[in-house]
Ligand binder design. Sequence first.
Ligand SMILES: Cc1cc2nc3c(=O)[nH]c(=O)nc-3n(C[C@H](O)[C@H](O)[C@H](O)COP(=O)(O)OP(=O)(O)OC[C@H]3O[C@@H](n4cnc5c(N)ncnc54)[C@H](O)[C@@H]3O)c2cc1C
Length: 389
Amino acid sequence: MRKEYDAIVVGAGPGGSVAARELARQGFSVLLLEKRERVGYPVRCGEASTTFADLQNFGPIPDECIESNINGLFVYGPQGTEIDYYKKDVGVMLNREKFDPCLAELAKKDGAELLTFARASALSDVENGFRTVTVVTASGTENVKARVVIAADGVESLIGRMAKIPSGQKPGFSCCGVDIKVEGILTNPEYLTFWQGHDWINDGYIWSFPKVRSNTTNFGAGFLIPKTEGPSILEVTMDWLNRLFPNAKILGTVGGVIPVSGNLEHYVADSLALVGDAAHHTNPLTGGGISAAMRAGRHAAKIIGEGLRTNNLSKEFLLQYETLVEEDFGKSHRKQLKFRRFLLEQNKEDQVNTYHFLNAALGKNGKKLDLLIHPMRSLKVIRDYIKFK
Ligand SMILES: Cc1cc2nc3c(=O)[nH]c(=O)nc-3n(C[C@H](O)[C@H](O)[C@H](O)COP(=O)(O)OP(=O)(O)OC[C@H]3O[C@@H](n4cnc5c(N)ncnc54)[C@H](O)[C@@H]3O)c2cc1C
């Protein structure tokens, strides 16, 4: 580890590794810090992500990182409603134990210095054009200077908070997730399967995501926090697993927090940018954040690269990064947030109508004619959604 770098990236998740690689590719000196001993392990994720073609934009991604191709979504909604949405190659199931190290290796190959078991424990204000990051490693504590720091340190984002950006998680705007790895394929291997709108999971959902290559399923649940009454999320997930698949063999359980607030209002400061979960870039409807983190990492590196070349890393300059993110997925995440709030604030009868409407409009076996056969139902859903603020 040197004493000084152009950029320090904190966190070798998908966001941090992509940002580090893109900056190194532009010829800058980059230190990528990862507090865990092994990049990508333990996996705390359902591992569903964007299409193979999308991922290759950040590759090359070897086949072994891909568990299966996904061709649709099946949702079991309230009171027997269903949505069977077929779309060929809509996404993939990843193996993040392989995928995350692959991204970090690509960053290394392109010139970034990767240090694992290295935790950023403090961040200074900007002094003479540099920020100082305190790095704790097995061999001691060192202060390292950088012209810019990228905080890709995930949902906890200590670094964001040290820079006085309100990156912490707030009740009602974050989700608690549990993922149980189960042996065998539990549901349609081509589909992501969900249960939503049932009793205790009304404000969240249960998922069953098939990993065909390793013949396992990620079976999990996400709830909005806090849940003031009723069983814990682990109890609910176990209860659903036991009821649906009583003989399932459990291989392991992980849990974590998912930011579902929509992007933070601002996530840059002088010589600092937040990327991925740290900036709440996760999709507020699905809780998916892998692809958003990578895209944000690329956008951040583009603007920071320009800033390093022109010696302007002011907050005002770095706001251009927020603009790129806004154009890329910020607007669509706001729409998804609106839809989630709309669905969760509906009473059961209206929710059921919304499910019927969505299945008719999007479902593989849904009949678009149903939209006309039940015009009042369709109109009510559309009108309620437009009016919903
Ligand atoms: C239960 C669960 C299920 C999920 N399922 C899905 C899914 O199916 N699909 C999907 O797209 N998303 C899913 N997500 C969300 C997804 O995991 C995140 O959105 C994604 O990992 C964000 O990437 P990131 O690079 O921003 O952060 P992370 O992947 O969290 O990486 C941050 C890294 O920073 C490191 N770090 C933190 N602090 C420091 C420090 N001080 N110093 C050094 N290193 C540090 C961490 O160890 C970590 O490796 C799920 C999340 C949970 C909890």
